[in-house]
Design a protein around this ligand. Structure first.
Ligand SMILES: NC(=O)c1ccc[n+]([C@@H]2O[C@H](COP(=O)([O-])OP(=O)(O)OC[C@H]3O[C@@H](n4cnc5c(N)ncnc54)[C@H](OP(=O)(O)O)[C@@H]3O)[C@@H](O)[C@H]2O)c1
Length: 298
C-alpha cells in the first residue's frame, strides 16, 4: 500500500471528523471529507474546510454523505473512487449522543439513533468493501467509544448503538483478515466537540417526571462528561498513528481517553475469551487471529 492513503471520513462537518480531515491531509493523505448537506445546513462548515484546504494546499475534497441514506452513501463512495481511483481507509465517524432515562426514549428516537450510529457504518462498509476487496487492502475504522464497553445510567441507547458497532466491527475483522483488509475500533473517552451540545434528549418527559431523584441522573452524567472532556486533537493524532501503522500490524481496539477507567482491561479480557472461542470453533487460522494483537492503546 502507498504510504499516502486515500481516506473517506463520515461526519466531517465538525468535531473529530473535521479534525481527522485536517490532521490526515496535513500529512499528505488524500481526504474525502464527507458531510450532510454541504450546500445547506453545513454550508458554513464546508466553506471553512475548503478555505483551510486552499490556504494550506491540502488534499481535502468535500462530498455530500448522509449515513442514513443508501443512495447518498453509494454516490459519495463512487465519487471518491472516480476521483482517486481507490479508497484505502473508511472512517465511520458520524454519530450522535442520546441521553435520558431509558423508559423515556421513544422507539422512534431509538430507531433513528441506530440508523445513524450502527446502520450508518453498515451502509458505508458495504459500499467501500467491494473496492477494498478488489485492492486486497484497506482499513475499516469505527469510531466507537468507551461507551461501547461500559454503561452509565441515562446512556443506555447510546451505549447499545456503540456495543452493536463493536460487535459488527469485530466480526468484520475476523472475516476480512484473509483478504488483507483490517477492521479497527477506536474507543474515545470524553473529548471536547459539539457531541454533548448536539445530544438528543429522551422525549417522553411525562415518564421522566415519575422517577423522583433518579431523573437528575442524565444532567449529572452530562455535567461530569463535559467537565472532564479532553482536547479532541488527541483522538485525531491517535487516528493518524493508527492509519500510518503498517498493514497487518494494527490492533483491533484502541482506547484513547483523557482518563483511564479500565476499558483496556475489558478489551484484554475479551481478547483472551475470543482466542478461546475461535480456537474452540476451529477458526483461529481462518480469522488470522493473533493473540497479542487484538487490543491496545495508542
Ligand atoms: N466527543 C466525544 O467525547 C466522543 C467520545 C466517544 C465517541 N464519540 C463519537 O465520535 C463521533 C464524532 O462525534 P464528535 O464528538 O466529533 O461530535 P460532533 O462534533 O457532534 O460530530 C458528529 C458528526 O456526525 C455527523 N452526523 C450526524 N448524523 C449524521 C448523518 N446522518 N450523516 C452524516 N453525518 C452525520 C454530524 O454532522 P451534522 O453537522 O450534519 O449534524 C457531525 O459532523 C461520534 O460517532 C461520537 O459518538 C465522541
Amino acid at each position: 500500500m502507498n504510504s499516502k492513503q486515500v481516506v473517506l471520513i463520515t461526519g466531517s462537518s465538525t468535531g473529530f471528523g473535521r479534525l481527522f480531515a485536517e490532521t490526515l491531509a496535513r500529512k499528505g493523505h488524500t481526504v474525502f471529507a464527507t458531510m450532510r448537506d454541504p450546500g445547506g445546513r453545513n454550508a458554513k462548515n464546508a466553506s471553512e474546510i475548503r478555505a483551510l484546504a486552499e490556504k494550506g494546499s491540502l488534499p481535502i475534497h468535500i462530498l455530500e454523505l448522509d449515513v442514513t441514506n443508501d443512495a447518498s452513501v453509494d454516490r459519495a463512495v463512487d465519487g471518491a473512487v472516480a476521483k482517486a481511483g481507490r479508497i484505502d481507509v473508511a472512517i465511520n465517524n458520524a454519530g450522535y449522543y442520546l441521553t435520558g432515562l431509558e423508559e423515556a426514549v421513544t422507539t422512534e428516537q431509538a430507531q433513528r439513533l441506530m440508523d445513524t450510529n450502527f446502520l450508518g457504518p453498515v451502509r458505508v462498509n458495504r459500499a467501500v468493501l467491494p473496492h477494498m476487496r478488489r485492492q486486497r487492502s484497506g482499513v475499516l475504522m469505527h469510531i466507537s467509544s468507551v461507551a461501547g464497553r461500559m454503561v452509565l445510567p441515562s446512556t443506555g441507547f447510546y451505549c447499545a448503538s456503540k456495543f452493536a458497532l463493536e460487535a459488527l466491527a469485530e466480526a468484520y475483522s475476523y472475516e476480512l483478515a484473509a483478504q488483507g483488509i483490517e477492521s479497527v475500533i477506536v474507543q474515545p473517552g470524553a473529548y471536547e466537540t459539539t457531541v454533548f451540545g448536539n445530544g438528543v434528549m429522551a422525549a417522553d418527559e411525562a415518564r421522566t417526571n415519575t422517577y423522583g431523584a433518579v431523573k437528575e441522573i442524565p444532567a449529572k452524567v452530562n455535567a461530569a462528561l463535559s467537565s472532564t472532556a479532553g482536547n479532541a486533537q488527541e483522538v485525531a493524532d491517535a487516528v493518524l498513528r493508527i492509519i500510518e501503522t503498517p498493514a497487518g500490524e494494527k490492533q483491533l481496539r484502541y482506547v484513547v481517553s483523557p482518563r483511564n477507567i479500565g476499558v483496556d482491561e475489558i478489551n484484554a479480557l475479551s481478547k483472551h475469551v475470543q482466542a478461546n472461542v475461535l480456537e474452540a470453533f476451529g477458526l483461529t487460522a481462518d480469522t488470522k487471529f493473533v493473540k497479542g494483537k487484538a487490543a491496545g492503546t495508542v
